[in-house]
Write a protein that binds this ligand. Sequence first.
Ligand code: SF4
Length: 362
Amino acid sequence: MNYLEKLKAKISLPQELPLLPKVENSKNKPTIATALTAKSTLGTLDSTRGTHFLPFDIPEKTFQQQHDDLWLQAEKLADFIDDSKSDVHWKVRTARVPELQAMVKKLDGLEILMKTKTKDKTMNIIYEPKGPAKEYAKLAANIYKSCTHSCRYCYAATHMRKTKETFHSANLVKKDAISDLKKDAAKLRGDDREILFYFLGDPYNPDEPELGITRQAIEIMIENDLRFTILTKGGSRVRRDLDLFQGYRKSSIWQTIVFSKQESADYWEPNAAPLRERFNLAKDAHDMGIRTWISLEPGIDPDQALEVVRQLHPYVDMWKVGPVTKQQTDVDWKQFKIDIEKLFKEVGANYILKQELLVRAA
Ligand code: SF4
């Protein structure tokens, strides 16, 4: 079996997507953007140089699903390429493997289409998440744009098309983040949709105690009567701001705790706060009347996930359970779903099972 055949055996390559630009025999290949412009102004365009075919009558759901499927396939393929050498840049990967190059082009095209259809051009930093991220929050904002927690399962580096080495080397703040957030918050003032901080970084990373960026962001939310939550593995670093959460009923603290054993966390989340800090934070925040959520995603070790529920359920208002995003594991998702639902029911916990878990367990 040659290299390409091995790749194809490892993943199922996506079907040709009907809404993507098809460009043939062109010396001056139009970019996806120009092909889109051509389609939007002229409809299906036939010329001596090739055919550009972009039906626009596909429902948005299908459109979104195709985007998500493609990301999943691209990530699987990238992982496979990385089996021999981790953390190669997307450009290096794509240069090496034509299939991945093609997928990235398609993703670019889909993202252009989605932005064209849905981006609220009046907003600077608060946005509506797409794909599986929608299950977390209706709105989100990313103030930091990298993260030193260095989780092995981190999806953010791939999403930002950066090497993990680069993404995990610093906790960088987006340019004009706070002034942009102020403008967006003022526009949304009073809106009841929850805003999640952050998908692409941790609000309580090791630099936050000194920088105080997340604290400023929270104050802006409160000033504008906006509902928000933070998603963190920062443990005791959150304590500095508990006064803000405690006095504001439209807030909550959401922690990722997928392990009960510190040695597992040390391996998978090497620079995140110790589990003991995260467990204690959930207990203390709950006792202070602050709403607490726990994300059991990624579900790497079902036994440890069940143990987290046993130990923390009296202090958690809501559990959210999902599978792994990229890593290949031998988890029996069907059995895990049965076990965790049984436990949630036994202890009377509120929980949400993510769509991807339901699919994998079916
Ligand atoms: S905390 Fe989140 S953003 Fe930071 S490294 Fe871990 S998974 Fe990535």
